[in-house]
Design a protein around this ligand. Structure first.
Ligand code: FES
Ligand SMILES: [Fe+2]
Length: 383
């Protein structure tokens, strides 16, 4: 982020702090509760937004070396990401060509992928290398039965996959003006430190919603993040279907006495990029946290949350480990221990059918924008 942009954003933050205001959206938005409770609504989302847009899969460091792989199981296609011996990241449907078992589980580093069922074996480029007792599969040519590839683009240190084998990713079009924001962070240099996988009984949009407004900090997070950040105060900017929202650390006040040339926006804020449709990408003062949320089990009221923490350099000392673990603990305690706890209660309330609309205030511009982007994308996909 260039210095002029940082100064402009910090000045805006001071203006809000001094006047007790925040970024706003015109008018109160009403969003249908059905978006959180109706199975047909989820089916529409899966058929449109989860199929027609590239999904953020992680920073390049998530599969840093040849053979590093990562699997995901959710309500789009089962996925296997693997870096080949040629350094190229590839994505496949995690499904054996023989009878459809997954060929890999979890994450790790592998020379080959051997299916547990009958031991058909695939290489790091998805090629089928071994069919045990091949004489009984006449006419089955291994070169025609590799893992089915999914479109993948790796750029600016980020990996994108579209869960539609027939799709072609146009990342410039997808990222729109958000590309410049992300390209400036040298994300290819970050090291993957830790992943958490959480299965929770809430609609997939809820964990995203909770990142999109600091209106709830003072009440819900009074013992976790409220002491660190200004509540009910955010900066916001929309970029195509995506947007970013920044909340201010109280430490930003220390900049008032410093020359503008020394102002550092990232150090004194947490900026969350909502990468459409299902990612929250947070630039923290000194590391990156990403939250990717998918519907799971084909249920409107269940999701899987992939949390990943990336750090600027390999963690080699106990001191560094303790420091990053403390950061992750605060993130998980806040989001899983506070936001998601109340959201599970909200999901149950929504399921009662007693409410038709939720209200999004003028002080929640990012949340309103997210729901508008969903509406826009669904309308476009459904023509
Ligand atoms: S299903 Fe994979 S080897 Fe048979
Ligand atoms: Fe929260």
């Amino acid at each position: 982020m260039d210095q002029a942009t940082q100064i402009a954003r910090i000045k805006k933050a001071f203006q809000y702090i001094d006047s007790g205001q925040t970024a706003t959206t015109p008018g109160v938005k009403r969003a249908p509760v059905a978006a959180y409770t109706d199975k047909p609504w989820l089916d529409r989302e899966l058929a449109s937004i989860f199929k027609n847009y590239p999904l953020f899969m992680g920073l390049s460091g998530v599969i840093a070396e040849p053979g590093d792989y990562l699997t995901m199981e959710h309500s789009t296609l089962p996925m296997l990401l693997v870096r080949g011996d040629d350094g190229v990241a590839r994505a496949f449907i995690n499904m054996c060509s023989h009878r459809g078992a997954p060929v890999a589980q979890g994450c790790g580093r592998a020379a080959n992928f051997t299916c547990r069922y009958h031991a058909w074996t695939y290489g790091r480029a998805g090629d089928l290398k071994v069919i045990p007792d091949q004489r009984n599969f006449p006419g089955v040519e291994p070169q025609n039965h590799g893992l089915m590839p999914l479109p993948l683009v790796e750029r600016h240190g980020m990996i994108w996959v579209q869960p539609d084998p027939a799709a072609k990713i146009d990342l410039d079009q997808h990222l729109d003006t958000m590309q410049g924001e992300l390209a400036g962070y040298d994300l290819q240099n970050y090291v993957h430190y830790q992943r958490r996988v959480l299965h929770r009984d809430i609609n997939w949009k809820m964990p995203i919603d909770t990142f999109l407004e600091p209106y709830h900090f003072a009440a819900l997070h009074k013992d976790t993040v409220a002491p660190i950040f200004f509540g009910n105060l955010c900066l916001f900017e929309g970029h195509g279907l995506h947007h970013w929202m920044a909340v201010m650390r109280k430490s930003i006040e220390s900049l008032r006495d410093k020359p503008e040339a020394e102002w550092d926006f990232i150090k004194h804020t947490a900026i969350s990029y909502q990468l459409f449709p299902n990612t929250i990408f947070t630039m923290q003062a000194d590391h990156v946290e990403t939250w990717r949320i998918f519907p799971v089990n084909n249920r409107v009221d269940q999701c899987v949350i992939y949390f990943d923490c990336y750090v600027p350099e390999p963690v080699t000392s106990d001191k560094a480990k303790k420091y990053w673990d403390k950061n992750i603990d605060l993130a998980i305690r806040t989001v899983d221990g506070e936001d998601i706890v109340i959201q599970q209660e909200m999901e149950r309330n929504y399921m009662s059918g007693a409410m038709e609309e939720i209200l999004i205030g003028q002080n929640e511009p990012a949340l309103a924008y997210f729901h508008q982007s969903l509406e826009r994308a669904m309308a476009e996909s459904e023509g």
